[in-house]
Design a binder for this molecule. Structure first.
Ligand code: 5GP
Ligand code: MN
Length: 349
């Protein structure tokens, strides 16, 4: 039997299954939107579905249908229930990530599960952990893939307005508001269908992009004036945000989202980074213009990866030393980064 047929049989409404849907740590709109849309779909097919996220996520996503029932694995009050549900699951969906490491503290629980595993994702170099994988790096968003998958299994008529709004959100944000190079013809076709199914595009844009707290807006002003380093000779600009900065502006999950794009918005800048000091190290966001493959740089030097022009990584050095190392590595690799050659081996320097 073909893998797609087996998948269809697994999710068929003929027998009710216990299903867990999860996504990457600190879910974004694509991660949460795809998870909640899938939960709504599978509930219509009469399954018992729970979305378990490995952490909390920004409040500008809380309007999505099904948000109130999400279980947060990092919440001490909810972790036991989450473990028990994962242990009993018949089917386990992993959305919007390709490496189990991105589950962080939830990784072991998912690895230990004997459930039929499904991976729906658009990241590069997928790890082979799923029984059924619906993955393409050509897709702009997991939400785009999920829409295509639901259509492929013949259930387009089950997509309602709530699902369409969740799916629209992920496509809108992962294409940077339909501006990034991943904004393909298929993205516009799927988006048009979702609007036709009732997704209110202008409302969603406002809910996601225009619901800043006063602290978040003031933090943005502070970061732009005090924490931005511009290196014109390296076509690079970056922000470095300390724990103290985050405390001063009572930063909430999601408050630094989008900040890195301001560095890339500068004329002549091709590489942008955001270094954020967290309790477990320095979290890094990278962005680049179309010609620079910043994901290779993130994977080689910062234990990370992601998409060609939007990647992330981590550093165990201090914030200051991480920034110094980053500057040094960009300088050493300047010709290579901008001409897409092989990166320098840091150990042989
Ligand atoms: P963001 O900068 O928005 O947090 O992440 C941008 C993209 O980078 C994500 O969609 C994801 O593909 C990738 N990414 C972020 N952090 C990590 C990481 O620690 N490891 C890997 N492999 N990818 C990451
Ligand atoms: Mn995504």
């Amino acid at each position: 039997m073909q893998k797609l047929d087996l998948f269809k049989e697994q999710i068929s409404s003929a027998s009710s299954k216990r299903i867990i849907i999860t996504t990457h740590h600190k879910p974004d709109a694509d991660a949460l939107g795809s998870s909640l849309a899938l939960a709504l779909y599978l509930k219509k097919k009469k399954h018992q579905v729970t979305v378990v996220t490995p952490s909390d996520y920004p409040s500008f996503l809380h309007w999505m249908k099904g948000n109130d029932e999400v279980i947060n694995f990092e919440d001490k009050q909810q972790v036991d229930e989450a473990r028990s549900l994962i242990g009993k699951a018949d089917i386990l969906f992993c959305l919007d990530f390709s490496n189990l490491g991105r589950l962080q503290g939830m990784e072991e629980a998912v690895k230990d599960s004997d459930a039929y595993k499904v991976n729906i994702d658009h990241h590069q170099d997928p790890e082979d952990f799923a029984d059924f994988s619906f993955s393409s790096t050509k897709a702009a968003a997991t939400c785009e893939l999920l829409y295509d998958l639901i259509v492929k299994v013949g259930d387009k008529e089950l997509i309602d307005q709530d699902m369409a709004e969740c799916l629209y959100s992920g496509i809108m944000t992962d294409t940077g508001g339909f501006r990034h190079p991943n904004t393909t013809k298929n993205v516009h076709l799927v988006t048009a269908e979702l609007i036709g199914l009732g997704a209110d595009n202008s409302k969603i844009s406002r809910l996601i992009y225009d619901t800043y707290s006063v602290n978040r807006l003031k933090f943005l002003g502070f970061a732009l004036t005090r924490r931005l380093t511009i290196l014109p000779e390296l076509n690079t600009a970056y922000f470095g945000i300390s724990k103290k900065d985050l405390r001063k502006y009572q930063s909430q999950t999601g408050d630094t989202e989008g900040l890195v794009n301001y560095a890339l918005s500068l004329d002549g800048i091709k590489i942008a980074a955001l270094f954020t000091e967290r309790k477990d190290g320095v979290k890094i966001s990278f962005r680049s213009t179309e010609e620079v493959a910043i994901n290779k740089f993130a994977a080689t030097y910062f234990d990370g990866g992601g998409h060609k022009n939007a990647s992330g990584g981590i550093s165990s050095l201090s914030l200051e030393d991480t920034q110094k190392r980053f500057e040094k590595l960009v300088k050493e690799n300047k010709q290579i980064l901008f001409n897409q050659l092989a990166l320098v081996d840091e150990k042989n320097q």
